[in-house]
Design a protein around this ligand. Sequence first.
Ligand code: CTP
Length: 471
Amino acid sequence: MDLITTKIRRAFPEKMADLLRFSGRLAVEMGYTAFAVGGFIRDLLLGVQNLDVDMVIEGNAIEYAKRLSKELCGVYVYHKRFGTATVFIPSLGRIDIAMTRTEIYERPAALPTVRLGPIENDLYRRDFTINAMAFSLDRRHFGELLDPFNGRKDLKEGIIRALHDLSFVDDPTRIFRAVRFEQRFDFRIEPHTENLIKKAVGLKMVDRTQKQRIREELISILSEDRPLKAVRRLSELNELRFIDPDLKLKNSTVSLFNSADEALAWYDNTHISRRHALECWLIYLAVLIDDLSPAKIKKICGDFVFKKADAAKLVSYKKNEKRISAVLSKKGKLKPSQVYEHLEGFPYEVMIMFMAKTRSQTARRRIMSYITKYAHVKLDLRGDDLKKAGMEPGPHFKEIIRRTLHAKLDGRVKTKNEELGFAVKTRRYHNGNKAGTHRKRDEGYNFGDNQRGDKGSPDRLRHGNEGRGDA
Ligand code: CTP
């Protein structure tokens, strides 16, 4: 018997301990047995707070999850594909609930057939000894650790060990998981397990796995705190070839990872980071595949079924990176409005990638100014103000607004009145040049020519007056 209630008390808020006890009582009342399992136990033993509870039920897990959600006023979500459920408890965390499963792998790398089985079988189907522990939530045995594979010992010794020799053949995504846990905890994949991985890699087991499952593992690895470590290890185990046969971890890729880290550290310290959380994994993925051709990058996006928006960011970076670096690294003065014109419409992730890739300090400084200042400049002027000034609404409004915004970016107008004055003047000028054959010489704008072919600018007719200054 191994009581770990003290750990629970230390690691979690009191409410969480109460929740676990309540969950156990409810299971008994329904004639079931409940266990907390997997990563939740691993993290508990490591003293890492993890408020995502993985629970398994010897019994009807779905009925149990519905009831638990009702009793705790939670939000119940059923995952049809997996036959599992999640209960979200406001201000506390989430509980993923499944039945204790016995899995049968009919074909290597295919998803297994599952049926209800005892907890021991459920632990045996898991990936590594450190993830194959459970503790009972039943009041009479609360906190009793079930550890049939000596996971606790491996956890103490820092070892990643597969439960059986077919583990990576049954589920090749575990190859990536082994590396992820090894690098996250600074553990070591033990030699026999490493051999099993090498065999599975040699047998090209990953090629027989659904690409979407590999994509999820890749995203998890690139979402870790220090993804370069894990990527190095993947490379060492010859696993990068599953992304693309030509993919290599070159010295230039390593330094790009480091530059991306620097750019992200800078971003984290800006006031913008609180408002726009970045998909850091996407930045690291762009870094990892930077050496591949645009056509290959498109193919990877298609093969791995990346979300359209994510794929668009990767492609946009690849297509524009050289041009942006060239125009923004030009010596001499670039007006804020010119920097704005070049960068407007690019997602933040793409701009961070530009920052990481460019070798020009000037270009980097200009991107920083855009992110922290220019992107937030808004006009005080509203469409109604233009109408009141006697202007007929129409497509030219957009153009006038754009020019006025540029004037504001460059510090040529400050107050709302000045904005209006500038807009009226621009309108007259616009009328005088209806044929559109020439432009004022000092304006280096590229009106109506969206070089990126992506969406137009957001509504700039809002308040805000940051953003002055030279780029
Ligand atoms: N698991 C497994 N094989 C997999 C995926 C998951 O055996 N291919 C089991 C492991 O026991 C794991 C548990 O399911 O602990 C939960 O998986 P998951 O939520 O993906 O990972 P965690 O171990 O909780 O790790 P993380 O901290 O990254 O969420």
